[in-house]
Design a protein around this ligand. Structure first.
Ligand code: EPZ
Length: 428
């Protein structure tokens, strides 16, 4: 298994182009199941997760072609006919986003059999809200031996779906099913993440009638069929935020291009409060740290537009060397501090109680072998490695490859001393 080795101490100077958003691309790819015409997605990130979903979509009858276009990587997905409406345990277990094919399959074919995803390292992550939304749309849902059997032989019907809590995935799933339902659907207490807006806009380009995305009430008037379209994936706000934090951590000056400041405003406000400088540009921002040490600031994760849970680990890494004590509260997932003990291996001073972590800034971190059990936790260790004295080796790099495109290349181009060690045995 690959590892990443970082020699700490180099400041970052340069420019990093931000890729298309993983968490948008995955839902847009699922939307290809809703039409018999090709959906061409541009600004596609090339990641383990998008490749994995591509393989699942192929099994369901989708032709998936990856190509280089004028604006970088593209994927053309074409599902003239659904040949299978089945996703096995192995497929859904390896990547939860596979579960999102359920709604489109149901809307297009009237039936589907999909494995329940089960929990994962960051929390239990149930899918009850996804299933309730589909039931509200008239689907019959039965659970047997870990599988969801869904049926809607006479098609889905528009309904009011009122979510008790805000869920990104359930909101997207409801949208993916309701666009082909008969009549009007109203999704209340909808998630407002930028990926929801991207999905709505892409569905509308395919001929759907979705309004209100980006607010807490989404209205959808069902249509009988959707067309193909060409759609450009929005910039990845988590990759943007990760590199902004990396620049603030390592010091120096980094220009982030092909992205947007409004997607990460809550993070940028915290970076500025801590003492970093952020200057918006035409296509992104410049993040600079000229002070020797940042100040500790507190953060609480929230649904968008609040501070993203997917940036919490990176921010914790940043706070490990800030001056003072920072309180980091995680409110979205119940078990999302696994990076804390790994950061402590590098010399960080962190105490975790339930959903709250207290980080006392230390003057220096020291390189060590570390590993993490999820994507964002892994990248927080890379960020810490940028300043740790000596060498930090991050194991289980496959987590990083799921969601960060050419991470070591992008950081290396800005002067980070970072390299991939191919196929070395994993430290357990
Ligand atoms: C999406 O997960 C993202 N994943 C996550 O990114 C991200 O952390 C999360 O949204 C929050 O922003 C993808 O888009 C593929 P939720 P999702 O449903 O949709 C509970 C990454 O690193 N809940 O908004 O699964 C749930 O347990 C990943 O890229 C239910 O109780 O998140 C959680 O506590 C990690 N029942 C809360 O809602 C349900 O049916 C919010 O989860 C669904 C969710």
């Amino acid at each position: 298994m690959d590892r990443i080795a970082i020699e700490g101490g180099a400041r970052l100077e340069g420019s990093i182009p931000i890729s298309g958003a993983k968490n948008s691309a995955l839902k847009l790819m699922a939307a290809a199941l809703l039409t018999d015409q090709p959906l061409r997605l541009t600004n596609m990130p090339r990641l383990a997760d998008t490749r994995f979903l591509g393989r699942l979509l192929q099994r369901l009858g989708t032709e998936v072609v990856e190509q280089d276009g004028a604006d970088g990587a593209e994927t053309v997905l074409h599902a003239p006919e659904i040949v299978s409406a089945f996703a096995s345990y192995d497929l859904v277990r390896q990547m939860r986003a596979s579960f999102n094919v359920l709604g489109p399959l149901l809307a297009r074919t009237g039936h589907a059999k999909i494995s329940l995803p089960g929990g994962c390292t960051i929390g239990a992550r149930p899918v009850d809200l996804h299933l309730k939304a589909l039931e509200a749309l008239g689907a019959r849902i039965d659970l047997h031996e870990g599988y969801v059997y869904a049926q809607a032989p006479r098609g889905l019907k528009g309904a009011v779906i009122d979510f008790p809590i805000v869920s990104v995935g359930a909101t997207e799933h409801a949208m993916l099913a309701a666009v082909l339902a008969q009549g009007e659907t109203v999704i209340k207490n909808a998630a407002r993440e930028p990926e929801i807006g991207d999905l709505a806009d892409c569905l509308n380009a395919m001929g759907a009638k979705v309004s209100g995305a980006g607010t807490d009430t989404i209205r959808i008037t069902g249509v009988s069929r959707l067309n193909g379209a060409t759609w450009s994936v929005i910039p990845d706000r988590i990759e943007t935020g990760t590199f902004a934090v990396a620049a603030a951590m390592a010091g120096g000056e980094v220009r982030l291009t092909k992205t947007r400041t409004d997607f990460v405003q809550a993070l940028l406000d915290k970076l500025v409060e801590a003492g970093a400088e952020v200057t918006p540009t035409d296509d992104g921002m410049i993040v600079k740290r000229s002070v020797k040490r940042l100040k500790a600031v507190d953060v609480t994760t929230e649904v968008y537009p609040g501070f993203a849970t997917d940036l919490q680990a990176q921010f914790m890494a940043l706070m490990t060397t800030a001056e003072g004590e920072s309180v980091i509260r995680e409110t979205i997932f119940e078990n999302r501090f696994m990076h804390a003990p790994e950061l402590m291996r590098l010399g960080a001073d962190i105490t975790v109680h339930g959903g709250e972590a207290r980080v006392k800034g230390v003057p220096t971190l020291r390189g060590a072998q570390v590993m993490a059990t999820d994507l964002r936790a892994s990248v927080s260790l890379v960020i810490a490695g940028l300043v740790a004295e000596g060498e930090t080796v991050v194991n289980r790099v496959y987590h990083l490859d799921r969601g960060f495109e050419r991470l070591e290349e992008k950081l290396g181009a800005c002067g980070a001393q970072i390299r991939r060690i191919k196929g070395a045995p994993e430290e357990e």
